[in-house]
Design a binder for this molecule. Structure first.
Ligand SMILES: [Zn+2]
Length: 288
């Protein structure tokens, strides 16, 4: 969406109205990498610029949420909410990171600590084991003639780094090989789901209950399989805020990208997704 539309929604009062409507809903704010722009030659800006949110934007967003009275939940809290053992405050947010980029440890974790916030990282097993990287990163490296040496310059968090952040970070699964689960079946599907759960639980000595679908892709079969494997929550390609009574379905998310400052975060918390849905319907496009 262009800056003009964002500004219009922000200043028109329409956004304020939608934010009030969304106040009792749970928002899942999805990030990938958090990058320090003061560091020249940062790997992130060369190989995955579309996924890298600046440290400054991230801090401003967390500070904004805190100031507005958002409570930062994790999936263990959500389990209690689902079982009716915990009441949510008026505004609640889950901050999460997909793929497990290593820069979260250096750039996001200190900020989360500073604001007394918590978050969830969704790990892809082959990435943590430093065996591979996501397809787009591998392709970018190839085009730029840059050799990927995972041991010399790790892109993703190691198990050790993950363990160091366990005081405020929970871990969820994001597959073994980062494939679209809706295109898999049988043993392949089973492996992506069950092995990712087992590996995280074994390596970090925790219980994991949330699954973030790689590329957001899912269908009825994947949903059935992840619940069978013991996951209680899933994150999908659906966008927007979540009704607290519907936590058993694939959860909706709000994706935060490199362009998003506090103002666009506010619009994404309010009018952006409801109006986007209406616009897409009017254009006859399918909307998840
Ligand atoms: Zn991913």
């Amino acid at each position: 969406m262009s800056k003009i539309v964002f500004n219009f929604l922000y200043f028109s009062g329409i956004n304020y109205f939608f934010r009030l409507l969304n106040e009792k809903k749970l928002v899942l704010l999805g990030y990938h990498s958090i990058v320090d722009l003061s560091k020249q030659n940062d790997y992130a800006l060369e190989l995955y610029p579309g996924l890298a949110v600046s440290k400054n934007h991230f801090e401003n967003q967390i500070s904004y949420l805190k100031e507005k009275g958002y409570v930062f939940l994790n999936f263990s809290d959500l389990e209690l909410v689902k079982e009716g053992k915990m009441l949510t405050s008026k505004k609640s947010a889950i901050i999460y990171f997909d793929d497990g980029f290593r820069d979260i440890y250096f750039n996001a974790y200190p900020i989360l600590k500073k604001y007394d916030a918590r978050a969830t990282i969704f790990l892809t097993i082959d990435f943590v084991n430093q065996n591979s990287a996501s397809k787009s990163i591998v392709e970018n490296a190839k085009t730029r003639n840059r050799k990927l040496d995972f041991s010399a310059t790790p892109i993703y968090l190691s198990w050790r780094e993950c363990a160091l952040m366990k005081d405020i970070i929970e871990y969820g699964a994001h597959g073994v090989t980062h494939q679209k689960l809706n295109e898999l079946g049988g043993q392949d599907l089973d492996r992506e789901i069950q092995v990712s759960k087992n590996e995280i639980e074994r390596n970090l000595n925790i219980r994991t209950t949330a699954f973030s679908y790689p590329h957001g892709r899912f269908n009825d079969v994947t949903e059935r399989e992840i619940r069978k494997a013991g996951f209680l929550f899933s994150i999908s390609t659906k966008y927007g805020a979540n009704d607290i009574r519907e936590l058993g379905r694939p959860l909706r998310k709000i994706i935060i990208g490199p362009e998003d400052d506090v103002k666009s975060l506010e619009v994404k918390l309010g009018a952006y997704y409801p109006l986007r849905t209406i616009a897409l319907r009017l254009l006859g496009k399918n909307y998840g």
